[in-house]
Write a protein that binds this ligand. Structure first.
Ligand code: ADP
Length: 381
């Protein structure tokens, strides 16, 4: 027999749990962010007011259903796959790529965070919290389209200007003053041209039109050639190439990898003193190749290590500085190759940027080494 005292205690505890539940329900209900909860069979057991407002469905229309009826068909399958991998491993997952369809058939894009709720090691619920980013995405797209149109429009007159600057330099460059002015003009045009190319890359990245032409590439001759080219352009520095390997094969877009390496080398030159050396090395680490570009320049503070890869992020002012886009683009290129890019640095001593890329099967002897473009991307229009 359970004693009256125990029963009373139990009643108090149940009341407390009920009250707690009421508070949690109120909090979930009042959240401005849509929230959906399913049981471990993926049947909806709760949606809040914000979710009802977003989707147009009433709560009793959806309870017990699998949320897949919301799918628009526009979310990449890989996103759902990744989400499931995370949830099944008991990990949270967040993405900005989910596009769903409301009851009226209107598409909306959400920034979603998914997480499993566990009890005694067993997943009992899956929770999805959302933030409607449809309007934000539309504005981003308009901005990107505008950027792309503006960049294309600027490209043509810039090409003409560059030609004019070169003709002027050839015709009137024998006078030192003229030569300096025309060289400055040429350099500024190249800087603008570089910005235009970077903006076009950004607009391609953001609209998903950034495609790679992958082929078998031997990084050893490619990097050696890039080093030679950079040595001719940056006479103020000694650029040294080192590799233990005779051949390192990757499956990559040769032009894009060249763009990354030239960007890293250009930065190493830009942010270090004249007459110092810049070192580019290749080494094989397990199933990856690791490319490192080191300088003994001004360095980067530790707290900026991840920020330097963000868009328009610049720490140092530099007379020939770019616009803080180079490393952002480099990171997107490396990511597209399933690789990684990071930096290690000590302020006042120098920096080393690393790029790791997956190696091509080493048994594959069909080596492809494409001749490298003549023009250097940083100076190209
Ligand atoms: P930028 O065109 O301004 O060089 P990047 O995206 O290539 O743009 O680099 C972002 C910022 O990171 C630079 O403005 C600079 O402050 C810093 N940075 C990049 N490379 C180096 C380096 N090798 N040494 C010191 N700082 C660097």
């Amino acid at each position: 027999m359970v004693s009256r005292k125990v029963l009373d205690q139990l009643k108090i505890e149940i009341k407390e749990i009920e009250n707690e539940l009421i508070v949690y329900r109120k909090i979930l209900g009042a959240s401005p962010n849509p929230i959906l909860i399913t049981n471990n069979q993926m049947q909806i057991i709760y949606v809040n007011e914000a979710w009802v407002h977003l989707t147009g469905y009433k709560s009793d229309e959806v309870l017990g259903k699998n949320p897949r009826f919301l799918q628009s068909g526009k979310t990449p399958a890989a996103v759902y796959k990744k989400m499931w991998q995370h949830l099944q491993n008991g990990k949270p997952f967040s993405t900005r790529e989910i596009i769903e369809k409301s009851k009226e058939g209107k598409e909306y894009q959400i920034h979603s965070a998914f997480f499993p709720v566990k009890n005694d090691g067993e997943t009992i619920f899956y929770v999805q919290t959302m933030h409607d980013i449809t309007a934000q995405k539309r504005i981003e797209l308009l901005k990107t389209e505008f950027l792309s149109i503006a960049a294309h429009e600027i490209k043509t007159p810039l090409t003409t200007l560059k030609l004019i600057a070169q003709v002027l330099l050839r015709r009137f460059g024998h006078d030192e003053k003229n030569a300096n002015a025309f060289m400055l003009l040429d350099r500024e045009i190249a800087r603008l041209a570089n910005l235009v190319n970077e903006l076009l890359d950004i607009s391609r990245i953001e609209t998903g039109r950034f495609h790679l032409n992958k082929e078998r590439v031997d990084l050893v001759p490619l990097t050696r050639e890039i080093t030679k080219k950079m040595s001719l352009l940056a006479k103020s520095h000694e650029i040294v190439f080192y590799s233990n390997e005779k051949s390192i094969l990757v499956f990559a877009d040769v032009n894009r990898i060249e763009e990354v390496l030239i960007n890293l080398l250009t930065n190493a030159v830009k942010y270090s003193a004249e007459n110092t050396s810049v070192r580019i090395t290749l080494s094989v680490r397990g199933s990856d190749v690791c490319i490192s570009v080191s300088d003994s320049g001004i360095g980067i503070p530790k707290e900026q290590f991840t920020h330097v890869f963000e868009r328009f992020y610049q720490i140092h002012e530099h007379r020939t500085s770019g616009f803080g886009l180079g490393l952002f683009i480099a990171k997107q290129i490396v990511k597209k190759h399933k690789g990684k890019i990071w930096v290690e640095s000590t302020e006042g001593e120098g920096s080393t940027f690393y790029v790791s890329l997956p190696l091509l099967d080493q048994n594959n002897k069909r080596l492809y080494s494409k001749s490298i473009r003549q023009a250097v991307p940083v100076l190209q229009i």
